[in-house]
Design a protein around this ligand. Structure first.
Ligand code: AMP
Length: 306
């Protein structure tokens, strides 16, 4: 089953309490497509890069099974993001965003992918870009989307339009509370479902994630894989989404049951744990489906009891 992933393809500059690294591969679509490709090849990425985008980043994505047919090349500068993490690695500040190529971008899903992709991922980008992508995904049977505080604040109405058209929203805890107007996460998840998506996943960083399904009893609490050290959590959320959707596509689950979604969430969560282990995509880009399966087996052991 084919999968398409649209979003940002970025040059990131990341500072942690111990290290600063510049010119890194970043972007919501880069992480999500790379994560999806662990399970489902090719993973069709849709994005735009500028003249300054390092070729080695694109070569790496292609080598991992990400199809670059949907990557547009612009004479402008690439989208850039500069951020800093503080002591506990949970607090992040964005220092600078260079919108550049994303300013007037109109996503173009390759003709051959439009009807073929049964699973569509709208990774973090403007709700306008998410809706433009969606219009072209004529064959999509399962649509998953991510968003961020910026769009909740400046494009709230358009984001509500997105929510009416998707099956799954994946959002982090702080943003879920802000969007739903409550400080209670369970209420937030349920309120977000009322805005459209049958399924909502609330990511809670190192504390795991909550999955909400259509039935009153459809609730699943997924633990995060316990990592002893976190080097760079950038892209963990995007990797979660990509891993989750890639697992669905690889297993032909474009009309998943709640139990399918639970398994997909576990795969997304464990996939994201690898992303945190090195800067940028450096750990994620060598992860195999067997690596994920081994961590899932461990996690099962850590979280089940008689
Ligand atoms: P995450 O850590 O999962 O929130 O994702 C971080 C990635 O999102 C970075 O690699 C950034 O390049 C990318 N990013 C940051 N801000 C934006 C934005 N406004 N639109 C699209 N992508 C963004």
């Amino acid at each position: 089953m084919s999968i398409v992933i649209a979003g940002s393809v970025a040059i990131d500059n990341v500072k942690t309490p111990t290290e600063t690294q510049n010119g890194l591969l970043g972007g919501s679509a880069s992480y999500a497509a790379l994560a999806a490709s662990i399970f489902c090849k090719p993973a069709h990425i849709v994005g735009i890069v500028g003249h300054d985008f390092p070729k080695e980043h694109l070569d790496m994505l292609a080598a991992r099974g990400v199809s670059l047919d949907g990557i547009e090349h612009s004479p402008q500068e690439s989208f850039t993001w500069t951020g800093e993490y503080f002591n506990d690695m949970n607090t992040r500040t964005t220092h600078k965003v260079g919108i550049n190529v994303l300013e007037n971008w109109l996503p173009k899903v390759p003709e051959a992918v439009r009807s073929a992709a049964k699973v569509a991922v709208l990774a973090n980008m403007s709700p306008d870009n998410q809706l433009q992508t969606l219009e072209q995904c004529t064959g999509a049977e399962f649509i998953a989307a991510d968003t961020m505080d910026l769009w909740i604040e400046i494009a709230n109405e358009r984001l509500h339009e997105v929510l009416k058209k998707i099956d799954l929203l994946v959002i982090n805890d702080g943003e879920a509370k802000e969007f739903a107007g409550t400080t209670n996460l369970i209420t937030a998840g349920r309120r977000l479902q009322e805005k459209g998506p049958r399924y909502v996943v609330v990511k809670r960083g190192e504390h795991g994630s909550y999955l909400f399904g259509p039935g009153a009893q459809d609730f699943f609490s997924c633990s995060a894989y316990p990592l002893p050290s976190v080097f760079d959590p950038t892209g963990a959320g995007d990797s979660f989404l990509g891993g989750l959707a890639g697992w669905l596509a690889a297993n032909g689950k474009s009309k998943p049951t709640f139990d399918d979604l639970k398994t997909a969430v576990v795969h997304g969560s464990v996939t994201a744990s690898f992303t945190c282990e090195a800067f940028s995509t450096r750990r994620l880009q060598s992860v195999t489906a067997d690596d994920v399966a081994a961590r899932i087996a461990e996690l099962k052991n850590y979280t089940s009891f008689a």
